[in-house]
Design a protein around this ligand. Structure first.
Ligand SMILES: [Zn+2]
Length: 220
């Protein structure tokens, strides 16, 4: 049994990037938790930010529930303004030391969306800090994460380091994506992501539908 932790800049990035892989982990009996850096309150101009944040958290819970994932953490940092601060780093180091994940998924290092780029930098630095004998305010025991994978959202990877066949879970993944109704209204990206996963499946030859990852660290 592995402890898996997914870091999502916004509610929906988790499902877009690794929804099929999360379903696979659950099927294997792994423990999956998701950390949402922001609640995506800037994701529409038709809705008040507070209302939209609550709506998107609800959508995230529904999407995750479809994959039988209930362990969700909402950090509620500002959407569109995620910054690399000591306070954010301390919070992330505390989460990693407390939860002790074996495997972490996060946006890959070349993702061009600012909150995604900030999430990558924050989580990578928190992983580094969590492993060392420093920052006692974040928990007494260091923790080293064995496997780190960068997922694709809106910036497809140029080089693939790891492939997961998600063919058995593609329907579940699409249902989970469709739970994000507030976002699909303006952009039907569920079909775009199905297309990306199909493209990855054909081009890697690993299955009908695949998720691809940047391999940042693998268990030795
Ligand atoms: Zn996002």
């Amino acid at each position: 049994m592995e402890k898996v932790m997914v870091f999502a800049p916004h509610p929906d990035d988790d499902m877009i990037g690794c929804g099929g892989s999360m379903a696979h982990h659950v099927r294997q009996g792994d423990q999956v938790s998701i950390v949402y850096m922001t609640s995506g309150e800037a994701g529409s101009i038709d809705c008040q930010p507070g209302v939209l944040a609550a709506c998107r958290e609800d959508e995230a819970m529904r999407a995750a529930a479809g994959l039988q994932i209930e362990d969700l953490i909402f950090l509620r940092y500002p959407d569109g303004g995620l910054e690399f601060t000591p306070k954010h780093l301390d919070a992330l180091v505390s989460i990693i030391r407390t939860r002790q994940p074996d495997r972490i998924y996060l946006p890959h290092s070349g993702d061009s969306v600012s909150d995604h780029e900030a999430t990558h930098r924050l989580v990578m630095e928190a992983i580094r800090r969590a492993a060392g004998p420093w920052h006692p305010q974040c928990g007494p025991a260091p923790w080293r994460v064995a496997t780190i994978l960068g997922y694709e959202v809106w910036t497809p990877l140029g080089t693939i380091g790891s492939v997961q066949d998600i063919s058995p879970y593609i329907s579940l993944k699409l249902q989970a994506l469709q739970a994000h109704r507030s976002q699909l209204r303006s952009l039907p990206y569920d079909q775009a992501i199905a297309g990306l996963n199909r493209y990855r499946g054909i081009m890697t030859g690993q299955g009908d539908y695949c998720e691809c990852f940047q391999l940042i660290r693998a268990r030795l």
